[in-house]
Design a protein around this ligand. Structure first.
Ligand SMILES: NC(=O)c1ccc[n+]([C@@H]2O[C@H](COP(=O)([O-])OP(=O)(O)OC[C@H]3O[C@@H](n4cnc5c(N)ncnc54)[C@H](O)[C@@H]3O)[C@@H](O)[C@H]2O)c1
Ligand SMILES: O=c1ccn([C@@H]2O[C@H](COP(=O)(O)OP(=O)(O)O[C@H]3O[C@H](CO)[C@@H](O)[C@H](O)[C@H]3O)[C@@H](O)[C@H]2O)c(=O)[nH]1
Length: 324
């Protein structure tokens, strides 16, 4: 297939491009490089434009005879979304609507969307499945849920074949070390720890050690970015055969505490990192773990890299000599 990867110069999108190319698909990246990297575009051409540049987007969809769109492009910092919600609705909802309209005008009907565990809000139970209520607690989660609602309507009205994949905590990097996670500022736990270990003067603290968990620190479901890419391939096959709008939660179904992640990093690096405790970060639920039973059963997805040591080890291979 010819697949347009919106946000393909970013962390998860670039891993998707690699996976698509390996699977024999032709990749075209649409990215405005606002948080992505030119050097991460190694599989297929880059169309440097924003989702809302409708003329350029339509031209690319037609010129490259695109069959399906995978949409990773977004603003995705929870704290920033609290301070500047308009920006989040603009970039995540309105820009996505422009992309969907361009696809409709050109006659493309397959769409795989990057959603997030943030659509659920405060978890009502430890294992979050697709039946869990969706009441986001920040504009970022609201903006992703808004797109899910649009996709549901579009599937009914226009016959869009779409899926929203709600990632839990994306982490790791492709084991070849040629692409990896590089955000500025970096807010995610694993890259922060590893950048500090690689010598950057970056302040890292364990956010809270008084949660009701096995060691007092928050539990998250870290899922390897290459396993996420695999899930997208399954989703693309699935929507090609099953019209409508489908939602899937993507995680390993098991969580690690912040201290367990830190211990894994210290074991891989081979020395203690002396990361101090700090106060809780506002808005962090104690435990967020996915039930991905539906993705396993319906899509046939089986994560291959669930062990935190592999996730952190692959990320470390990247952070020792990041190319960008
Ligand atoms: N990283 C995670 O743990 C995580 C978890 C859940 C969901 N997600 C979602 O996954 C997707 C990818 O996340 P990431 O960590 O790779 O982010 P990223 O910032 O690394 O990548 C996003 C890419 O989209 C591009 N982009 C942003 N707005 C654009 C626009 N209007 N037009 C064109 N390009 C634009 C950026 O330049 C960047 O290359 C996002 O939609 C995010 O919300 C990420
Ligand atoms: O310096 C740090 C950074 C993070 N943490 C903790 O580490 C865990 C993971 O935090 P982080 O890596 O920032 O990810 P999350 O805040 O859990 O958010 C990610 O995972 C969510 C789904 O679980 C997605 O919705 C978000 O888009 C994605 O950024 C949390 O318990 C944080 O409190 C620290 O203790 N110190």
């Amino acid at each position: 297939m010819n697949v347009l990867v919106a946000g393909g110069a970013g962390y998860i999108g670039s891993h998707m491009c690699k996976r698509l190319a390996e699977a024999g698909h032709r990749v075209v990246v649409l990215d405005n490089l606002s948080t992505g990297h030119r050097a991460a575009v190694q599989w297929g051409e880059l169309v440097q434009a924003s989702l809302g540049d409708t003329a350029v987007v339509k031209d690319a969809l037609k010129r490259y005879q695109i069959d399906a769109v995978m949409h990773f492009a977004a603003s995705s910092l929870v704290g920033e979304s609290m301070k500047d919600p308009y920006r989040y609705y603009e970039n995540n909802v309105i820009a996505t609507l422009h992309l969907l309209q361009a696809m409709k005008d050109v006659g493309i009907d397959r769409f795989v969307f990057s959603s997030t565990a943030a659509v659920f809000g405060e978890p009502e139970r430890d294992l979050i499945d697709e039946a869990h209520s969706c009441t986001p607690i920040n504009p970022y989660g609201n903006s992703k849920l808004a797109v899910e609602l649009i996709l549901d309507d579009a599937a009914r009205a226009y016959g869009l074949k779409a899926t929203a994949l709600r990632y839990f905590n994306a982490a790791g990097a492709c084991s070849s070390g040629v692409i990896g996670e590089s955000h500025s500022p970096e807010t995610h736990l694993i890259p922060k720890i590893l950048r500090r270990a690689a010598g950057e003067s970056i302040e890292v603290r364990v956010f809270g050690n008084d949660y009701k968990t096995r060691d007092g620190t928050c539990i998250r479901d870290y899922v390897h970015v290459c396993d996420l890419a695999d899930a997208h391939l399954h989703a693309l096959d699935y929507i090609s055969a099953q019209p409508g709008f489908h939602r899937f939660n993507l995680g390993n179904g098991a969580g690690y505490t912040v201290l367990e992640v830190l211990n894994a990093a210290e074991a891989i690096i081979g020395r203690p990192l002396a990361i101090p405790y700090g106060p809780r970060r506002a808005g962090d639920p104690a435990i967020l773990v996915a039930s991905s039973e539906k993705a396993r059963r319906v899509l046939g997805w089986k994560p291959q890299r669930a062990d935190i040591r592999q996730i952190v080890g692959d990320a470390w291979a990247w952070h020792q000599a990041p190319a960008y």
